[in-house]
Design a protein around this ligand. Structure first.
Ligand code: FAD
Ligand code: SF4
Length: 471
């Protein structure tokens, strides 16, 4: 392969060292590495990479700035479309989005767009956060609240944050209502700090606050206040971005035993409530030595890798299809394997057994084979007769998917809910059945990706602006 086609790999910590703590695994490019990587870009006349980005960053322009060593120009360019570049640079599945469409992918390896985005966001933070002058200039919005119109955003995940940031830039007075004690949604309670440090989440949320967005935490809308209350408080439009945080279970015998967790509870205890720092933080977590995470998405892999860092000795992923169908990001699967997580593929747990204290001690599993593709396009797993076997385990984390958070939807009967609990919206405008109420992110799509949620937040912000302009 010629030199230009080989991309700069991301420097990272060694597996043995990194499983001893929750610090970030990837270390980020140096300036030299970023410039070399940026110089690989062909600056295509019709750049397909932009089409793969749900928030439509002008990727070639951003890369051109980096190649010239103008990192401020690059970050300004990215932030025009994306208020969370350091987060996206770390967790976006670029391999299925912008990088999948990069012309260089067909010739060898795509430009490492995600790594470059991470680089410029981190470069900005380390070179400019101490400069008051720079911050005031970059972050003050000339039209902060200029329209004098109040808008409420429910939920502070990537959908809510993005919608709020765009509306604040347009001159609206935006308040986010978040039910948890800290803002960020899955970025805070789901994705572990070894993939996305909490300093980075804090920093990018601070940026959004500096745009003029007010964030009120511990505000469970649907219980503390209804949508009608918000309208009565003079909010002229509402965006719902309450995500998909309701865990799904397999409903098999033994799933209610002690030490069988939903991934949601397991990860929230660790990431939001900092159980990994117990007793410094007052949240214990019972994580044994032989842990199985059920499922093969990012959530399952994150759970398995957290268990390793809590001291588990044998950690397995149990998945009913083959590695090819695993929905997790390639990088996460690779990192998990490097760290010692074992994959039990084409395997399905069908029952858990209890010890004398009511804690899980074994799983009975069956082997599967793949048949014809099902509705999802993936080959359907079919049980193999008489293939039962038992596994010793003392902790199970069920990570087979999440459904939309139901509370607000149930307490607001005017909102239309589809079969799987998703909120129904107009496909174009993202308006719900209630006039002036819009929605986006996992609440409408079911569990998806950070950048898709952000794309929906952006579209909704533009629809809200149009809606209010017509009033
Ligand atoms: P969320 O991030 O879920 O935010 C919704 C917010 O609304 C939450 O803060 C919630 O507390 C709040 N809320 C809920 N109900 C109410 C209410 N009634 N009142 C007020 N507030 C409320 N995607 C990727 O692209 N890359 C990854 O690597 C990746 N890894 C993931 C790992 C895990 C463990 C999980 C769970 C998901 C992962 N995802 C990943 C998916 C991605 O995080 C989600 O698609 C995205 O966060 C959805 O954004 P959202 O804003 O719609 O919802
Ligand atoms: Fe550069 Fe790839 Fe985009 Fe072309 S498609 S402009 S090579 S990043």
């Amino acid at each position: 392969m010629s030199k230009e086609l080989v991309r700069k790999s991301m420097p990272q910590r060694k597996a043995k060292e990194r499983i001893g703590d929750f610090q970030e695994v990837n270390l980020g490019y140096t300036e030299e590495q970023a410039i070399l990587e940026a110089k690989r870009c062909l600056q295509c006349k019709k750049p397909l990479c932009i089409k793969g980005c749900p928030v439509e960053i002008d990727i070639p322009k951003m890369i051109e700035y980096i190649a010239k060593g103008d990192f401020i120009g690059a970050i300004k360019n990215a932030k025009e479309k994306n208020a969370l570049p350091a987060i996206c640079g770390r967790v976006c599945p670029q391999e299925t989005q912008c990088e999948k469409l990069c012309i260089l992918k067909h010739k060898g390896q795509p430009v490492a767009i995600g790594n470059l985005e991470r680089f410029i966001a981190d470069w900005e933070a380390s070179h400019t956060t101490n400069s008051k002058e720079y911050n005031n200039k970059e972050q003050s919005e000339p039209n902060r609240g200029a329209k004098g119109i109040k808008i409420a955003v429910i939920g502070s995940g990537p959908a809510g944050l993005t919608c709020a940031a765009d509306l604040a830039r347009m001159g609206y007075e935006v308040t986010i209502f978040e039910s948890l004690s800290e803002p960020g949604g899955v970025l805070r309670y789901g994705i572990p700090p070894f993939r996305l440090s909490r300093g980075v989440v804090d920093r990018e949320i601070e940026y959004i606050k500096n745009l003029g967005v007010d964030i009120k935490v511990n505000m469970l809308i649907g219980q503390i206040k209804s949508l009608n209350n918000l309208f009565a408080e003079d909010y002229k439009s509402i965006f719902i971005g309450t995500g998909a945080g309701l865990p799904r279970f397999m409903n098999i015998p033994g799933e209610n035993l002690n030490n069988v967790y939903s991934a949601n509870e397991f990860l929230t205890r660790i990431n939001l409530m900092k159980a990994f720092k117990f007793p410094e933080y007052d949240t214990p977590i019972a994580c044994g030595k032989k842990v199985a995470a059920i499922g093969a998405g990012n959530v399952a892999i994150d759970s398995a890798r957290c268990a390793l860092r809590l001291g588990a000795q044998e950690v397995s992923i149990i998945y009913r299809r083959s590695e090819q169908e695993m929905p997790a990001r390639d990088e996460e699967i690779l990192h998990a394997k490097e760290e010692g997580v074992k994959l039990f593929l084409l395997t399905l747990p069908v029952e858990y057994y209890s010890d004398e204290k009511g804690c899980v001690k074994k799983a009975r599993c069956i082997k599967m084979e793949l048949g014809e593709p099902d509705g999802s396009g993936r080959r359907r797993p079919i049980p193999i007769e008489n293939s039962d076997f038992e596994m010793d385990i003392d902790t199970v984390v069920v990570a087979i998917g999440q459904s939309p958070n139901p509370l607000l939807l149930h307490s607001t009967p005017e909102l239309k809910v589809a079969k799987y609990g998703n909120l129904v919206v107009d496909e174009e405008s993202l308006e719900t059945g209630i006039k002036g109420v819009f929605a986006g992110g996992d609440i409408i799509s079911g569990a998806a990706t950070v950048i898709e949620a952000m794309g929906a937040g952006k579209r909704a912000a533009s629809s809200i602006d149009n809606f209010l302009a017509k009033k």
